[in-house]
Design a protein. Sequence first.
Lengths: 196, 187
Amino acid sequence: MTPSPLRPGDARADIAWWNNEAGNFDFLGNEFLLWLWWRWETQSDTIALPDESEVTGMFARTLTLQCPRDESGKETITAKSPVRLPEAAQAIRTGKLPRKAGLILVRHGEQYELTLQAETFTISGAKIRTEDAEAAADGQGILERRIDSVRGLHETVALLFHAFCERRIGKNWPGELEHVRRWLKTDATKTKGRPS
Amino acid sequence: MGFLSGPVTLECFRVDGEQPRQFGPEHVKTLKKFAIGQLETSSTDQADVGFLAGRHLLDLDFDLEKNVIGEALHCAVRIDTNQIPAAVRKAWLQMELAAATADSPTGRPTKVQRQEAREAVEARCEEEAQSGRFRKMQQWPVLWDARESILYFGGCSAAAGEQCCDLCTQAFDIKLEPLTAGRRAQE
């Protein structure tokens, strides 16, 4: 498996921060964030997960994009919804890939606000909000519940990535990739809800 | 602290090797055995790495009830370094050179004087490092979840994560592999 060529005419994609080693598929993290962006913008903000649960999400707070060919540098956009800004759309249209993104994910009544580093899958600054947090037991019960929330955070991100990987290795991926390319070429700057 | 309150930062490692289903007194005993300060490194340049009980930077009060929460083992890793700041080294070198050239009519140090000054600074660095005056202590929370066979390292420093892995591998005889995007895809 090699990185998906996102620009029409490219036979393969070069990624400056990928070491091209066989067995290193960390570039899938960058494709995952771009796919999420496309999916949330063009279809629904709710995605079915392999465990038959659902996650609702959006990009929030921060977005770091970098040119995979090392031609046009790196930029970090900080805004309430960075993907809504024209400079973010312009960046992906010119071929930049997301390397780090702020996400808000809601699953099973828990909301996670986090920043995800695409290749390492390191999560930083994650805030966990539980609907019935106040109803938790005291003492050790609170700690066990908190650890369950950390598990829930990890599981949610893992399942969302799993959902992407299922599509990425599926036979329909070429078609889906074509939709992403078309979106990048024509629609990425005028998707739903963006101020004109 | 870390995983038990406030915002969470984490890097995940898959735990391979023989693993417990439930943590017990033997794991707390291992934490004590590999606690910070128990294994002093021979070199002042090398960092000291060891476990903390998890509440604060100096917490060595390991306890089953505190460190085992349900199916998870919670603690912290402390990394102590003894690096003399570059500006301080530079200042010491300037002082050594000034003393060596005090009687020189040109005021310029010779090659030999420079070499002697550098050696004097190295010796002083060694001495100061041993005194602990420039010791820097940093801690990161660690959560080993037996249910999911995952070890969560509460930071995003690659170097610290690696040192934490080395410590856990040595202490508990396990193998840890970072769950990067590529590794997750393969799973």
